[in-house]
Design a protein around this ligand. Structure first.
Ligand SMILES: C=CC1=C(C)c2cc3[nH]c(cc4nc(cc5[nH]c(cc1n2)c(C)c5CCC(=O)O)C(CCC(=O)O)=C4C)c(C)c3C=C
Ligand code: FE2
Ligand code: FE2
Length: 367
């Protein structure tokens, strides 16, 4: 085994902190050809599709059926959202803006040099390549922030698997910290409440506020995943902040995949049934997605909107994800600073001025 070093160690190297910010990932292009390897990587992850008793059977279904049908269908869906947030995939563009804004918020509070990189769990830029860039910049301590507010094995744990798989190849393994979740961080809850209040100031109040989260199979919850509980908790905290009673909001789960039961109630079935109950004016927000992506823009804003209208719904408002709103990125910066405690000392303005002068003299990049 040959262990990798991306830089040659030199005596007296300054300590640099790395912050790796991750999200799920997205294909390189909205085409069948680009979707196939992306979905293969995604759906081969045992954290996403937890091994059914016969793993060989899943491989057969994946390679024989799903990867021959789904790429074309998904590519069509991706085409409808492509370029909606600048050229390319919305998730990638928004994530890069988030990383830049978090970095801008964090850097002035630190005296140690800090480097930020974006890594995607599937597709590009990969987590491995982002970690390699951090190592090349001399980061000996790395904090990992997956942009999933609620921990799930399928997302957060899978991210840490990818990080650990890369570190297993390194000669120098950095000091590592991870942020598992932030579903009740006050800044995150405030940002959600602010974005709802702002939307309603412009569009009025609905009969019902639907908070739709990406689902997971019911089996994962039964086996101990905390994800659905924390989706409910985030929702309750947002509702409390807005003064909503229990019948003014509803939590649902979207993006079902495969035949087994997923956590309920399902978003699509809810959309089809609400108008029959006399609820014809709704607003939908997706608090579990930190950035707009296929699952929000297309699945909620287009597909579920249609289900609701076809069932007799009259007014449907989609409230965007928090994306790079200033209150969101400053909440995430606050989270990063909290987790950097002890790796750096938060300094007052006078100290900071001195440190900047010193760092400049040393030629540090972010002085
Ligand atoms: C097969 C099972 C899946 C599980 C379990 C799952 C969990 C899960 N996913 C997200 C967030 C996102 N998922 C996205 C796309 C997506 N998800 C699945 C399947 C599972 N997800 C598939 C097959 C796809 C690809 C698109 C498609 O073909 O429909 C995305 C969007 C990516 C984008 O490019 O825009 C996100 C984000 C969470 C939070 C989660 C569990 C908590
Ligand atoms: Fe998903
Ligand atoms: Fe979907």
């Amino acid at each position: 085994m040959h262990y990798q070093s991306y830089t040659q160690y030199q005596h007296g190297d300054a300590s640099v902190i790395g912050v790796l910010i991750t999200n799920l990932g997205t294909p390189d292009a909205p085409t069948k050809q680009a979707l196939k390897p992306y979905l293969k990587e995604f759906l081969s992850d045992p954290r996403v599709v937890e091994p059914p008793p016969a793993r060989w059977l899943w491989r057969l279904i994946l390679n024989g059926i799903i990867l021959n049908t789904r790429p074309a269908k998904s590519a069509e869906a991706y085409k409808t959202v492509w370029d909606s947030e600048g050229p390319g995939a919305p998730l990638l563009n928004i994530s890069q803006r988030q990383v830049d804004a978090i970095a801008d918020n964090v850097k002035p509070h630190l005296k140690t040099r800090v480097e930020f990189e974006l890594g995607m769990r599937y597709g590009n830029p990969s987590i491995a390549s982002a970690l390699q860039k951090l190592q090349a910049k001399g980061c000996q301590k790395i904090l990992v922030l997956p942009l999933y507010p609620q921990y799930a094995g399928a997302t957060t744990a899978s991210t840490f698997d990818a990080v650990n798989a890369e570190l297993m190849k390194w000669r120098w393994v950095p000091e590592m910290r991870t942020i598992n979740q932030y579903y009740r961080h006050p800044g995150y809850i405030d940002a959600l409440a602010n974005s709802i209040t702002e939307y309603q100031a412009e569009h009025g109040k609905p009969d019902l506020l639907v908070m739709s989260y990406h689902g997971i199979p019911q089996r994962y919850w039964d086996n101990g995943d905390s994800y659905p509980c924390n989706c409910h908790l985030t929702s309750r905290l947002v509702a409390e902040k807005l003064g909503l009673s229990k019948d003014e909001y509803k939590v649902t789960f979207q993006s079902r995949f495969g035949k087994e039961p997923w956590v309920q109630p399902y978003t699509d079935e809810t959309m089809m049934s609400l108008p029959k109950q006399g609820i014809k004016n709704i607003q939908v927000i997706c608090p579990g997605f930190s950035a707009d992506c296929l699952e929000t823009i297309e699945e909620i804003g287009e597909e579920n909107y249609e289900y609701f209208e076809e069932a007799g719904g009259e007014k449907f408002g989609y409230i965007k994800c928090l994306n790079d709103r200033a209150d969101h990125t400053s909440a995430l910066a606050d989270l990063v600073l909290q987790h950097l405690q002890g790796w750096d000392v938060i300094v007052d303005d006078e100290d900071l001025a001195k440190v900047k002068v010193n760092a400049k003299a040393l030629g540090a990049e972010n002085a």
